[in-house]
Ligand binder design. Structure first.
Ligand code: ADP
Ligand code: ZN
Length: 741
């Protein structure tokens, strides 16, 4: 038997060639497969292999991974069935997959699966056919006006889909078919379109002296040609985007690809237009709203280098770039960068890892950087690049607290009198107001006035949220929904159900009552059917066609609404109550700061109002005083004292099972088996705050370790000693958790 991989892709007359293959399943090792003589393979290439009774796609790895031990009985070895016609995974992408697997404790097969997130790439390529003119062919014997029009259009020699030609010539496709038959047109494959190439010199920006300094620093990071991380820290409107575009431009000039990661990529039409204005071509987009074939195309273009700049959601990191030279993580503090299913990873941190593997710079941009990044900037691990003021010269909005204990709204209403006055004044000035409430739907709780029953999800410990537009109650954790009942499901009293508390729909209802003449836009992910519609609404807000915008967190991100003067936070306290979450304060600060920062970006003056029951809470006080530095300082100190991230490391274990007792018993058993360590604390088990999701009872353990401890090694040792899990028990390991529910 030939040693692993040695003669990969080469013929050896006597020996069997073997290749280590990673399958996109929850397994943490390579499997050896026989390479048939007539199949050429190379590291990273995709192959079909038998796996159990099925046939699966695998990646030929460039070295064996996992259990090397037991030699497989040669008779049991299976054979690669075919090589797929997809570009191979670059070596760096394989190293990246291994790194993430090691760090997150996810099986390698699952991280490789993330690198394969474009199914179409692995399916047989169906070329699309179009028609083009046959030059010099004699005129068709029967020349109709429709045929004439079609031939005139085709005269330019372009290849067009039949339908496109028919449309342009205002004829039916039968006319086009007729011209194919007559030999005047011929069917040819439509070549894959190369994406338009961004030009680094297309439109050069003039920078202020502060911006120019920041540009120079970032460009020198690109020129250095090695790994570095820069934290681009500047208030909303300071020009961070303009500035990091110059790092992209420099990367393009040096011939490398760049990735710009954005949270909520679906909403960033404005960003695309700005990019287009700067570079004369749109970037290549990568996000969940792409169709299957589009995903396949982008994946290939990342691999063959045709995509020069990709703008995408967190998963853009996993594209098979042929020559990546820069990653920008915009809004780096955004909690959306943490993925919490299957592979639990923090995309911002993984971007830094990818940069270090690839030896190129990474730029993290934010107006409210995460505490982790601040600490890294202070210790010198990251360069701190600061943009001090707004480009427009406008000052940041004045923030006023509305103390709900002193000036509460009327009963059954949610906007307190001072906020109503502010909206009224803004309307009179013909300017825009944004009302923010981070809660979808109409009301978070439906209660029976007669028996006190609260309508809960049958599968989760959560109340059902009323969505009045749809006339339904929804669970925001599992997707369960029912039509809004007419009588109490418990005591059957008709008409006794009342909505408690506000969601954005209810705020919209109040706004419609109070300001019947206002043009209102309600931005909530569940209310707008798709990307196109969303972009439509955002455009009309930008154009000033809307007086009052009401929205959830999706309005906090990245938009620049020039006419927006007043921002009202309907419930500033929401989010502070999450006791166990060490980032609750930070997150609330970031969200409120970002939302209020939307006001007055172009106007001389913006105003922010925060409705709160606790104006003296440190987070609220910092928001109101706009004292970011004091807040950061205080937060850093408390993290240091509590050995919380980034000073300590956390790992969450969630044990879930159908039976509450089973979950609890297993959780206890796992806790008891934790290896002894003086340095590591294992807290719990405790019932999770969200104690049941989808009918599974959940218990949590929290591991706390000092920074220098190899917590992955500790967990690996611990987990390998556990008896096999029986039945429906699931244990999830979440390194650096962001959710504590
Ligand atoms: P940030 O990303 O920090 O929020 P942006 O880059 O979006 O800031 O800049 C805010 C606004 O100011 C944008 O409309 C942008 O086009 C404009 N702007 C910033 N810097 C410049 C510049 N040097 N020249 C022209 N416009 C600029
Ligand atoms: Zn539910």
């Amino acid at each position: 038997m030939q040693s692993l991989f040695e003669p990969l892709g080469r013929e050896t007359p006597t020996a069997t060639r073997l290749a280590p293959v990673v399958l996109a399943v929850a397994l943490d090792q390579t499997y050896d497969y026989i390479v048939p003589d007539d199949v050429e393979i190379e590291p990273g290439c995709f192959v079909m292999v038998p796996f159990g009774p099925q046939s699966r796609i695998g990646v030929v790895w460039d070295r064996p991974v996992g259990e090397p031990g037991k030699p497989v009985d040669p008779k049991k070895l299976k054979t690669i069935t075919a090589r797929l016609d997809a570009p191979p995974l670059p070596a760096l992408t394989m190293r990246f997959a291994e790194w993430i697997a090691k760090y997150t404790l996810a099986p390698l097969g699952m991280t490789v699966r993330m690198m394969m997130s474009a199914r179409a790439v692995f399916e047989p390529q169906k070329p699309r056919f179009g028609v083009t003119l046959v030059e010099g062919a004699p005129e068709p014997s029967r020349m109709t006006p429709a045929r004439k029009r079609a031939l005139e259009i085709a005269a330019d020699g372009a290849i067009r889909a039949k339908a496109a030609l028919a449309l342009a010539a205002e004829c039916s496709t039968a006319v086009v078919d007729g011209l194919v038959q007559s030999g005047n047109l011929v069917e040819v494959a439509i070549p894959e379109k190369r994406p338009p190439q961004p030009d680094p010199k297309h439109q050069v920006t003039e920078f202020t002296p502060e911006q120019a300094t920041a540009v120079a620093t970032l460009q020198s990071a690109v020129d250095g040609g090695n790994f570095s991380v820069s934290l681009l820290d500047g208030v909303t409107g300071s020009g961070k985007t303009e500035v990091y575009f110059e790092a992209v431009a420099r990367t393009l000039e040096r011939g490398h690809q760049a990735v710009i990661m954005l949270p909520e990529i679906a909403l960033t039409d404005q960003f695309m237009r700005r990019f287009n204005a700067r570079f004369g071509a749109p970037p290549v987009e990568w996000h969940s709203a792409l169709s299957g074939p589009e995903r396949g195309r982008v994946w290939r273009q990342a691999a063959n280098g045709e995509a020069r700049v990709i703008v995408g959601a967190r998963s853009a990191l996993f594209l098979p770039f042929s020559d990546l030279g820069l990653i920008i993580v915009d809004e780096e503090h955004d909690p959306g960068y943490k993925q919490d299913d299957r592979v639990h990873y923090q995309a911002r941190d993984m971007a830094v890892v990818r940069g270090s593997l690839g030896g190129f710079p990474v730029i993290l941009a934010s107006a409210t950087p995460s505490i982790e990044s601040h600490v890294n900037a202070r210790t010198g691990r990251y360069r701190h690049v600061v943009l001090p003021g707004r480009f427009s010269g406008a000052s940041l909005p004045d923030i006023t607290a509305i103390d709900l204990r002193i000036t509460p709204p009327e009963k059954g209403k949610w906007l307190a009198p001072p906020l109503v006055d502010a909206i009224t004044r803004t309307m009179e000035d013909k300017q825009q107001t944004l009302l923010f409430l981070n809660r979808r739907g109409y009301a978070p709780l439906t209660l029976c006035r007669s028996c006190g029953h609260r309508i809960e999800c049958p599968q989760c410990t959560a109340w059902l949220v009323e969505h009045r537009f749809r006339g339904r109650l929804h669970c925001h954790h599992c997707g369960f929904s029912i039509a809004l009942p007419e009588k109490c499901p418990k005591c059957a009293e008709p008409g006794s159900l009342v909505a408690c508390g506000p969601g954005v729909e209810r705020v919209a209802e109040e706004v419609a009552e109070r300001f019947p003449d206002a043009k209102v836009a309600l931005l909530s992910s569940d209310l707008i059917p798709g990307l196109t519609e969303m972009r439509e609404v955002i455009r009309s807000i930008e154009a000033g066609g809307i007086d009052i915008v009401i929205g959830t967190q999706m309005v906090a991100k990245g938009h620049h609404f020039p006419n927006l003067a007043t921002v009202g936070i309907v419930d500033g306290d929401l989010g502070l109550a999450q006791g166990a979450d060490p980032r609750a304060g930070e997150r609330t600060f970031q969200l409120l700061h970002q939302v209020t920062g939307r006001a007055g970006r172009a106007l001389a003056e913006g105003r922010g109002y925060v409705q709160t029951h606790m104006p003296d809470h440190p987070v609220m006080a910092a928001i109101i005083a706009s004292d970011r530095e004091a807040f950061i300082e205080q937060e850093i100190q408390s993290r240091r004292r509590g050995l919380l991230p980034p000073y300590g490391r956390l790992v969450a274990l969630v044990i879930a099972a159908r039976e509450k007792e089973t979950a609890q018993l297993i959780a206890r058993d796992i806790a008891l088996r934790a290896p002894r360590s003086d340095k590591i604390e294992v807290l719990g088990p405790a019932e999770a705050p969200l104690s049941v999701i989808r009918g599974r009872h959940r218990w949590r353990l929290l591991v706390k370790a000092p920074r220098e401890i190899d917590v992955q090694a500790y967990l690996r040792a611990w987990m390998s000693e556990l008896p096999p899990l029986k039945g429906d028990v699931r244990v999830t390991v979440d390194i650096d958790p962001y959710s504590f529910l």
